[in-house]
Design a binder for this molecule. Structure first.
Ligand code: UDP
Length: 408
């Protein structure tokens, strides 16, 4: 069912909705055009699919276009993505040519009608080359960690970024020094999506029964793609230390993507390591399993996200929102979300993870209190409405940059 702004009112309160309406007044008559490279799948598409209709409801005329590319182009941009994350290697002339050709084709076939052009991530970054002929502002939103990019790749992408009026990063330590304005805006979750909405107890029970998980005993869960950087093997080690002292079950829920050959390798290593223990549940879920993930997070006693490297870590946000204490690796965006001993624990090691799990299992009232703290922290910082508010302020600032002082 289509969600409207009013549906968010009981969750975020009237003041937040009124602020959005007030800010939107400054943008009446403006067109915001978002461009990314996929209509479905991935966090960016998920966020845009909610942000765009809500902006329109506020009277801020927003449209969303998708950059079109073939398989070869997306292979190149996947490589660019990995290299911007620091992967070694060189972007060849052939790869650069393919990137530029596809960008040119999109420039020729797309309509650029925004007063503010809002381009997401590296794939469509080159579209900014049309800007000489269009009087509008260009914003580039980088959703990835650019702290340590492969120089050969960044040298190719950077000149495009420098043509924008402003850039947005998730956190200071994800950003690069640039000669354009930089804004820091954190991601968000939608509290009304299938992944995060309230669920009736029957649905949660049905999911537990389907996966043969015992609702009457403590459940420790990590939801993550099967990836070494999420350290599912380390989570099993931590669980085994805990299990010597306390009864509990471990759920490792994730997906193995067809285009990621490593995920099936990691999954089989995880399955091998878990073999023979009926209390370890390894769930290989399809990407559509939103209700299942929601139910598993809600049924859990403790959530773990023991990443070795992480982007923002939306699974942490999702778990905190469900009132669960979260134990997270001290990396990426996790420390922006977990406040040690307030809504969970930040850990560096397997032993540290095990100690934190043991503590939370032994202190259920404190665990509950931490969960409540986490939910309130997400309510104030990481919900879609805060994200929309940040974007509206940013649009006003960028649109009125020539005015010098901007009174809100
Ligand atoms: N997720 C999912 N199915 C899975 C594993 C993860 O739907 O099998 C979701 C998870 O709930 C979260 C997102 O994918 O919304 C993962 O985002 P995060 O920032 O935690 O990690 P990433 O996978 O982007 O590194």
């Amino acid at each position: 069912m289509k969600k409207t702004l009013l549906d968010y009112l009981p969750i975020v309160g009237e003041e937040v909705i009124n602020e959005l309406k007030a800010l939107a007044q400054y943008l009446q008559g403006k067109v915001i055009q978002h461009i990314n490279s996929t209509a479905v799948g991935g966090g960016v598409a998920e966020i845009l699919s909610r942000l765009v209709p809500l902006s329109n409801e506020l009277g801020v005329n927003s449209r969303w276009d998708v950059f079109k590319g073939g398989d070869a182009f997306f292979q190149v941009t996947k490589e660019i993505h990995n290299m911007l994350h620091g992967k070694e290697g060189t972007l060849t002339d052939e790869m650069k040519e393919l990137f530029l050709d596809e960008t040119q084709k999109n420039i020729e076939s797309m309509e650029f009608s925004g007063d503010i052009m809002f381009v997401h991530d590296p794939q469509p970054v080159g579209l900014v080359s049309v800007r000489n002929t269009k009087p509008c502002k260009w914003i580039w939103r980088c959703h990835i960690d650019l702290s340590n990019p492969n120089p050969s790749c960044w040298d190719f992408i950077r000149p495009f970024v420098e043509k924008y009026d402003a850039s947005i990063f998730t956190a200071p330590f994800f950003a690069q020094k640039l000669p354009i304005r930089e804004f820091l805006i954190q991601p968000s979750i939608d509290p009304l999506s299938d992944k995060n909405k309230e669920l009736p107890p029957e649905t949660i029970m049905e999911v537990l029964e389907r996966f043969q998980i015992d609702h009457a005993r403590p459940i420790v869960t990590q939801v993550s793609r099967f990836d070494y950087l999420k350290d599912p093997l380390g989570v099993i080690d931590a669980y085994r230390i805990v299990k010597k002292r306390r009864d509990c079950q471990l759920v490792l829920a994730g997906g193995s993507a067809a285009d990621d050959p490593e995920s099936s390798k990691v999954l089989s290593e995880v399955q091998e390591k878990a073999k023979g223990d009926p209390d370890i549940h390894i769930l290989d879920l399809p990407p559509t399993a939103n209700i299942e993930i929601n139910a598993l997070q809600r049924a859990s006693t403790v959530i773990v996200q023991k990443s070795i490297k992480e982007g923002f870590g939306l699974t942490v946000t999702e778990a905190l929102w469900k009132g669960k204490p979260v134990i997270g690796g001290m990396t990426g965006g996790i420390p922006l979300q977990i406040k040690n001993k307030v809504n969970g624990f930040l850990v560096h090691t397997i032993e540290g993870t095990a100690n934190a799990i043991k503590f939370l299992l032994a202190n259920p009232l404190l665990a509950q209190k931490m969960g409540k703290n986490g939910q309130e922290y997400v309510r104030h910082n990481f919900l879609l409405t805060r994200h929309l508010k940040d974007y509206l302020i940013l649009f006003i600032l960028v649109d009125r940059s020539a005015h010098g002082v901007v009174y809100l």
